[in-house]
Design a protein around this ligand. Structure first.
Ligand code: ZN
Ligand code: ZN
Length: 240
């Protein structure tokens, strides 16, 4: 497979300011998640990793600023950690560490993807078979906690623990620039709070917290970005 075909699996949008949004347009919409690459002076940050149906690392190295990469998973569901194993310096919340290390179907929900009528609109490889789809284990190098700072030199991202959708969901907030990467805690579209490890009571507390955040934009785990007004409307709507 040539390099162009590899890259065509992913769609890339340059959002400006050293921020790139990547997604997999050929993946079923339920599992079509966002991947963000943020350039920094001393390190680049990659947030989430797609389904792992094709290698993500070649695209990321093409888009890289040249600085070392820090890889952060917002949580350990299949649509966010499929390509996590391709990267070093892996970080996620401590509550997701065990799942990242062993990636059991029951916790990543990869089986749900395999069971879809049309998990992909085109096969990622000519010989791809859905029944062989698995998430490769990606043990963490760093277990994150609420309040941790990820420094890129010229930008600081603070870890917010935002449980509810899953126990160790996190968001990353750049308070100085008003940018919030919210993972699956909040995004544009139908939120999921009915997984076996979801917790609606805890999720409501997370949403109350999100509604009070002072940011300009929220980049969610799925769909287009939310303005602060849209983000607050979704969060307060959930709490109502
Ligand atoms: Zn999720
Ligand atoms: Zn997701």
């Amino acid at each position: 497979m040539n390099a162009k075909a590899q890259h065509d699996w992913f769609a890339v949008a340059d959002l400006g300011g050293g921020l790139f949004k990547i997604h997999e347009p050929h993946v079923h919409r339920f599992f079509r998640a966002n991947i963000f690459l943020l350039h920094g002076r001393d390190a680049d940050l990659l947030i989430d990793f797609g389904m792992g149906l094709r290698p993500l690392a070649p695209l990321v190295s093409r888009l890289s600023s040249g600085a070392p990469l820090i890889a952060v998973a917002t949580h350990s569901h299949a649509d966010h950690v499929g390509g996590f194993h391709e990267f070093a310096e892996r970080r996620a919340h401590s509550s997701e560490a065990a799942v990242c290390a062993t990636t059991p179907d029951s916790e990543t929900f990869a089986a749900m993807f395999r069971a879809l009528d049309a998990p992909v609109t085109i096969p990622p490889h000519p010989d791809w078979r859905r029944d062989q789809y698995r998430i490769a284990p990606a043990p963490l190098d760093v277990a994150l906690a609420e309040g941790d700072i990820i420094s890129l030199g010229d930008r600081r991202l603070e870890v917010l623990h935002l449980p509810g959708h899953s126990p160790g969901c996190i968001g990353l907030i750049d308070r100085e620039n008003g940018v919030f990467f919210s993972g699956d805690a909040i995004y544009r579209g139908m939120l999921v709070d009915d997984l076996p490890h979801s917790d609606r009571t805890v999720y409501r507390a997370t949403m109350a917290r999100i509604a009070a955040l002072d940011v300009a934009v929220a980049h969610g785990g799925h769909g287009d970005a939310l303005s602060v007004q849209e983000m607050r409307a979704v969060a307060l709507g959930y709490c109502a």
